[in-house]
Design a protein around this ligand. Structure first.
Ligand code: CA
Length: 333
């Protein structure tokens, strides 16, 4: 025979079909209208050894209660009936440490709620009971031999597989649960990735992004490329961080620069240049011209290539017509 209670009532029989013929108690824990779903069951007929109590809870698809918060202590102390033998908790000593069943986590010292003089050091007192409705030290803990027989309290978690999205840890609270979001996610179920501002295309460049969790959201990464003849300044790859900020500023595409032409006009010539983008940079072109009475020897056209180098020639010559002597007109570094 057992006595469970939970809310809301409409799921009670689904979760606990075995209670349908027993007495049960339904409590409305909701405050402010929120749906609550914390389920406890208990049994004192018979009292059980600690391992039997654990097995009984497992048979009913639940776990021993592990006293997670002071609120939970108050809650079960108010609602459970007095039992001469008191009740087991799901806390016991494992490798010398007080440990919660289920998640196998150590009970922090400040969460331990021992009665005075407890826990005593008697060998074999490795399981923890709770003094429900005891006159003295009510709801405090005592370590006991695990072979002792006591009441059983089981607890069925509020968290289910569907409670939170995959980007959260479901955390039990009294009568409810909360979704604790992983970094980079928010929303009631932590289903939404944090957004970063959309990125602007750099001048003379472009970018391509990979969006694992939606457009410009956490973990989106964007790679930047510059047009031919432009050099990327800054980080080529940006990542949307948990803070909602990109990890780097958008890079710039800076035009490729050719060496400035050091043209020394010794005599007889000069150079005409056009700079469509910037002086002596990609796509700038220069042409050697000769003064009257001089003629050109060698190539006359130069262009700044996307690599940042000039096309030929490196030296242009002009010579006076009808003379053999050549004068260097333009020297290109
Ligand atoms: Ca004891």
């Amino acid at each position: 025979e057992m006595f469970p209670w939970k809310t809301p009532s409409n799921t009670l029989l689904h979760r606990f079909p075995f209670v349908s013929s027993s007495i049960y108690l339904i409590l409305d824990l909701s405050r402010g209208g929120g749906a609550q779903a914390w389920t406890y069951s208990y049994s004192t007929t018979p009292n059980r050894r600690w391992h039997e109590a654990r097995q009984w809870c497992h048979q009913h698809l639940s776990n021993m209660v592990t006293i997670q918060t002071p609120e939970e202590t108050d809650f079960i102390n108010n609602l459970l009936p007095f039992n001469q033998k008191y009740y087991w908790t799901g806390i016991r000593k494992v490798d010398g440490v007080w440990t919660r069943e289920g998640n196998n986590k150590t009970v922090p010292e400040d969460a331990q709620n021992w009665a005075p003089e407890e826990p005593d050091k008697i060998a074999g007192q490795d399981c923890v009971e709770i003094y429900i409705k005891r006159n003295k030290d009510t709801a405090k803990w005592n370590n006991e031999k695990c072979q002792s027989k006591k009441g059983t309290i089981c607890y069925s978690a509020s968290c289910t597989q569907d409670s939170c999205s995959a980007h959260a840890d479901c955390v039990e609270t009294v009568g409810n649960y909360t979704c604790q979001c992983h970094p980079g996610f928010h929303g009631p179920r932590c289903e939404e990735a944090i957004a970063c501002k959309p990125l602007l295309e750099p001048q003379h460049g472009s970018h391509h992004c990979f969006h694992p969790y939606g457009s410009n959201r956490f973990n989106s990464s964007c790679r930047f490329h510059c047009e031919l003849g432009f050099r990327l300044l800054g980080s080529p790859q940006l990542l949307c961080q948990t803070s909602g900020q990109w990890n780097n500023p958008v890079p710039l595409c800076q035009v490729e620069q050719c060496p400035v032409l050091n043209h020394t006009n010794i005599s007889g010539g000069g150079m005409n240049c056009s700079h469509p983008i910037a002086p002596y940079s990609y796509n700038s072109s220069c042409e050697v011209r000769c003064d009257e009475g001089y003629e050109l020897s060698g190539g006359s056209q130069m262009r700044c290539e996307h690599t940042g180098r000039w096309t030929r020639p490196h030296i242009a010559w002009v010579k006076k017509k009808k003379k053999k002597k050549l004068n260097p007109c333009i020297i290109i570094c």
